[in-house]
Design a protein around this ligand. Sequence first.
Ligand code: CP
Ligand code: NVA
Length: 314
Amino acid sequence: MERATSLVVGDVDDLAPEDMRRLVTEAVAASGPLRGGTIAGVFEHPSMRTRSALGVAAAALGATPVFFTGDEIGIDTREAAEDVAEVLARHHRVVGARLRRHATFERMAPRFAGHQRPFVNLLTDRAHPTQAIADVITIHEALGTLEGVRIAWIGDANNVARSLAKAAGALGAEVRIAAPAGFQFSEADMAEIDAYLERAGRARGAIALFDSPTSAARGADVLSTDVWVSMGEDPAKRSAFEGWALTEALVAEASDEVGILHCLPAHRGEEIEASVLDGPHSWAFRQAGHRVTAMVRLLAFLVDRAGSGSIERW
Ligand code: CP
Ligand code: NVA
């Protein structure tokens, strides 16, 4: 469903497909539109890449980054999430948040919309849109297009997979999701993804679900995976993923020129073989580098849309 405001990015489908396309293909000259202002980053979970990219993007836009951990704010323990949002929206020109629960993001979002401030999801249990934009930028850089590119996701159909399916599917890729029983996309996930792909003009069937890693990997141009236990999840879940690692054997099933994606952090020897992550097919560190490309482009786009380029009066 489309959101009333276009300044809140809870997932990829908050961006119009044509805006997604621009973010992937068009470089921006960020000439300090937020000079004198701040960008806040709220992190209820640990982060390296996302927090770092937010800091770099702040510098590119001329803003000073201000970081908070979940503990020091105490969202819904020290004070209500809505109150936190109301105050941050009054202080900062842009706010990003990595939150344990997507529902908390949704409760905070209207406060930012009310103040015409961009509010960006920096990972929740449902979605990781800034990662997905980096992923499609990486694929586009390597292959020159997403059109017809066969992407196989191997492992847990999680937050990162959901956002990637939307982003890559909207840009014309054929996305195969291979996950063990119980960890595959739900019908509701598929309905949400298909709705976005429909907005992008894609026919149904661009996203296909598989119950075997080998059949999903066959002939793929890109293989992608992620940890088996996401932040905040029960480690007991791991036992369901035996036989689901991204191995050399799966790489051998894919196209000769296959590229390997992993959003990182990775566990070598668990969800991905070390020789795959560190091998000649790996794009994982280019992908990590493009977290900055994606963050700068997205924030520049939202700041421009918010029309908040002028220095404020105090
Ligand atoms: N991929 C990613 O989001 O990394 P961090 O958790 O380190 O930010
Ligand atoms: N799926 C992982 C991604 C980490 C960047 C998690 O949510 O922990």
